[in-house]
Design a protein around this ligand. Structure first.
Ligand SMILES: NC(=O)C1=CN([C@@H]2O[C@H](COP(=O)(O)OP(=O)(O)OC[C@H]3O[C@@H](n4cnc5c(N)ncnc54)[C@H](OP(=O)(O)O)[C@@H]3O)[C@@H](O)[C@H]2O)C=CC1
Ligand SMILES: O=C(O)CCCC(=O)O
Length: 489
């Protein structure tokens, strides 16, 4: 059955700038269903002109929004959260329509996105400063929290709702205003979320969104990078684009939050509960068909339990149901675009050419459509393979056998990335030793589902910097102003 919306007005096809839904002045961009390639709708293919209008509106609105009492900002954000939850069926459907993830996951993403909105509505009222004991008599010293200013949020296609929510909600909570550009492949969920923010009472100019094609995106973002009024860039996406944003924002010294690519290790020690480890790996690896930056990319299994673990895993992976979001039984959807499937195929072919063996899957599923790839388990993977050094971003599990703890820690850390890492062990001494040794912003110990609004999400090394969620996620949108009052008489 085709996916449809109850409230069709949530399917938006214009930019939202200065409180107005504006037609494209130039060309338009097709938004398609990744399962079939069918056109869903068209949105503006914006350029520098629209980007500048959005920045202008956000700059003008900042003067008043920053002065709105925190409690009032919190109430508006809370209303946004309520509206998002009230429309979770339609929003989840939109996610699945444009991104391809199974409907249950699409709706789950909306609940996940709302958890960030609710969290930051509550945090808005807790931006406490400090009173500092003065080292000199007669002075009073304070550390005051202030909003950074206009924020540019650039978001990826893999979580079109959650990534918008966890960037925009803290910005609004802090008193910042926002210009946003969603990914070319998935602009519709973000437009619907902005529509609900408008309905919740976010004032004109405070939140602006412009859509653009992959070709025009650099023009839009460059306009913001060059604009000294834009004080912060918050970005989730690939490491090369993150580095580009860091370099290009240097001239105006913007604050940056970069949540970039990962290459997560998942380690199964011989003392682990193997069934729990298989379940944890299934949850972590196959979320969104493997298209998640915290998905395990390299799986290391200790020699003694390797064969038992791989058999158990293969049985679970073989049973996964692949299909379109419109089929309620689907567990893995299509990949986002042709480039994504090509990369996954290249990784599997390279691994096999270098000696890996396919235990399950191993190729495309043309009978379902051009964007489907079979959930795959490879054994005999090693560090020379492309899948060990690049993020596959697809449903492929390469298993590598290891002997010692020291060897596996060295292998796990042998990457420029450091976003998430997972391991399974029931030895309490090993648990803390390994957690300390892993070079990673996030560590899952006997746990595959690590994301939560109350947790600081982010990486080290070339996985970026800044944290999203938790109290740290608000801090990234604030400056600390030191105020010193001298003797009054
Ligand atoms: N950390 C994460 O969550 C993600 C990691 N990735 C990794 O990146 C790989 C490639 O995915 P891809 O979609 O190409 O990721 P990108 O980094 O290209 O895209 C992420 C966002 O950045 C925008 N963007 C792209 N180029 C520029 C630019 N020159 N200046 C400013 N903004 C830009 C994109 O816009 P547009 O869509 O219009 O190009 C999109 O909004 C994936 O296979 C995966 O390994 C991808 C997505 C998320
Ligand atoms: O960067 C990503 O892949 C999105 C984050 C997923 C998560 O919140 O777990």
């Amino acid at each position: 059955m085709p996916l449809t919306l109850q409230r069709t007005e949530l399917l938006r096809s214009r930019n939202y700038i200065a409180g107005e839904w504006r037609e494209a002045t130039g060309s338009q961009l097709d938004v398609t269903d990744p399962a079939t390639g069918a056109l869903i709708t068209r949105v503006p293919d914006s350029g520098a002109c629209e980007a500048r209008e959005a920045a202008e509106a956000a700059h003008a609105a900042f003067a008043t929004w920053r002065k709105v009492p925190a409690k009032q900002r919190a109430q508006i954000i809370k209303r946004w959260n309520d509206l998002v939850l009230a429309h979770q069926d339609d929003l989840g459907t939109l996610v699945s329509m444009e991104q391809g993830k199974p409907l249950a996951e699409g709706k789950g993403e909306i609940v996940y996105a709302a958890s960030y909105i609710e969290w930051f509505a509550e945090e808005a009222t807790r931006m406490n400063g400090e009173i500092i004991p003065a080292p000199v008599a007669g002075r009073r010293m304070f550390a005051v929290k202030e909003p950074v200013g206009v924020i540019a949020a650039i978001t990826p296609w893999n979580f079109p709702a959650a990534m918008i929510a966890r960037k925009i909600a803290p910005a609004l909570a802090a008193g910042c205003t926002v210009v946003c550009k969603p990914a070319e492949d998935t602009p519709l969920t973000s437009l619907a979320l902005v529509r609900l923010a408008e309905e919740a009472g976010v004032p004109p100019g405070v939140l602006n969104i412009v859509t653009a094609s992959r070709e025009n995106t650099p023009e839009v973002v460059d306009a913001w990078l060059d604009d000294p009024r834009v004080r912060k860039i918050t970005f989730t996406g690939s490491t090369p684009v993150g580095k580009h944003l860091a370099r290009r924002s240097a001239d105006t010294l913007k604050k940056l939050s970069l949540e970039l690519g990962g290459n997560a290790p998942f380690i199964v020690f011989e003392d682990a509960d193997l069934d729990a480890a298989v379940e944890g790996l299934m949850a972590a690896k196959f979320r969104n068909g493997g298209q998640t930056c915290v998905c395990p990319n390299r799986v290391f299994v200790q020699a003694k339990v390797h064969d038992t673990f791989s058999e158990k895993l293969a049985a679970r992976v073989k049973a996964l149901k692949v299909g379109p979001a419109s089929d309620a039984s689907s567990q893995i959807g299509p990949m986002i675009n042709a480039r994504a499937v090509e990369k996954i195929e290249r990784h599997v072919q390279d691994a096999v050419a270098r000696g890996a063996r396919v235990l399950v899957g191993g190729g495309r599923l043309p009978e379902l459509g051009p964007r489907y790839f079979a959930p795959t388990v490879l054994v005999g993977a090693d560090g020379t393979m492309a899948c060990a050094s690049e993020e596959t971003f697809g449903p492929v599990v390469p298993l590598t056998r290891f002997d010692t703890e020291a060897e596996v820690i060295a292998a796990a850390n042998d990457t420029p990335f450091g976003l998430a890492a997972y391991f399974y062990s029931n030895d309490i001494r090993r648990v803390w030793r390994v957690a300390d040794a892993l070079e990673s912003g996030i560590v899952g110990i006997n746990e595959g589902a690590i994301a939560a609004e109350a947790a600081p999400f982010g990486g080290v090394k070339e996985s970026g910097y800044g944290r999203e969620g938790s109290t740290h996620g608000l801090e990234d949108y604030l400056h600390t102003k030191y105020v010193c009052q001298g003797q009054l008489d």
